[in-house]
Ligand binder design. Structure first.
Ligand code: ADE
Length: 272
């Protein structure tokens, strides 16, 4: 076995991975709350894999009520060294047609009041979010999509909205003006929390629709998203398999492994 333990957070339509060897669902407790589900543990090739369905098996948990702190904490406790998140997104860009995969490299967080930090209650830390994803994981994910036979655009700005309703046409056009290229409901605060947990994080987005900014296309509805996710689920599973199998045996350290080194403000004598 190599020294990678990859946490996979599966989005809508991705509730298990069939390529896992020795699969076992394991309950992981977190003091932050209830993770979305048990974690499916196993191996793919030389890599340990810990898979968490973001919305729970059967899709029981809405984006606004997801406990991302519990999810990230549970993956950390399950020994993850890195996280690959997979999500359905709407496209805000002509070039990103439904069916395409995209690696996200920036976020605009327009969620409202979700708990988005592990810090602040007697212990203050400010991590950098300037570059919110892990470059090497993202590049690796894009290559894995190609190896699985899909098409992937590298680098896109993700607008995280609160939901659960989809956007109005005016909002959708506004987000395009802001420079957002894809839109989803779950990438934030997940990416922030992964950084605070010192877990390198990449977000592989699967475009399911053109949201509602495009006059010549029907506005998004949940049927479109689920149909497209179903079409792409096989490709997503093969991408995850290719991703794990192509990781080098040796995991060289990432600067994100030490994201808190210069981030903590609270004086040592004031910490519990
Ligand atoms: N997830 C998939 N498509 C979406 C859209 N258009 N808006 C928000 N989240 C989405």
């Amino acid at each position: 076995m190599s020294d990678w333990t990859i946490g996979i957070i599966g989005g809508s339509g991705l509730y298990a991975i069939d390529a896992l060897e020795d699969p076992q669902w394991i309950a992981v407790q977190s003091p932050w709350g209830d993770p979305s589900d048990e974690i499916l543990c196993g191996t793919i090739g030389h890599v340990r894999v810990r898979f968490l369905p973001r919305h729970g098996r059967g899709h029981r948990i809405a984006p606004s009520t997801l406990d991302s702190r519990a999810n990230i904490d549970a993956l950390k406790r399950a020994g993850c060294t890195d996280i690959l998140a997979v999500s359905a997104v709407g496209s805000l860009s002509e070039e990103l047609a439904p069916g395409r995969f995209v690696t996200v490299d920036q976020f605009i967080d327009n969620t409202k009041g979700r708990p988005s930090s592990f810090f602040g209650d007697g212990f203050v830390a400010h991590v950098s979010m300037a570059d919110p994803v892990c470059d090497r994981l993202s590049r690796h994910a894009a290559k894995a999509v190609a190896a699985a036979g899909g098409e992937c655009t590298e680098g896109a700005t993700y607008l995280a909205m609160e939901g659960p309703q989809f956007s109005t046409r005016a909002e959708s056009r506004l987000y395009r003006h802001w420079g957002a290229e894809v839109i989803g409901m779950t990438g934030m605060p997940e990416a922030r929390l992964a950084r605070e947990a010192e877990l390198p994080y990449a977000l592989l987005a699967m475009v399911t629709d053109y949201d509602c900014w495009r006059d010549e296309t029907e506005a998004v509805d949940v049927g479109q998203v689920l149909d497209r996710m179903q079409d792409n689920a096989r490709l997503a599973r093969e991408t995850i398999e290719a991703f794990c199998k192509a990781l080098p045996r040796k995991r060289t350290p990432s600067p994100i492994d030490h994201a808190l080194d210069n981030a903590v403000v609270t004086a040592p004598e004031a910490r519990d």
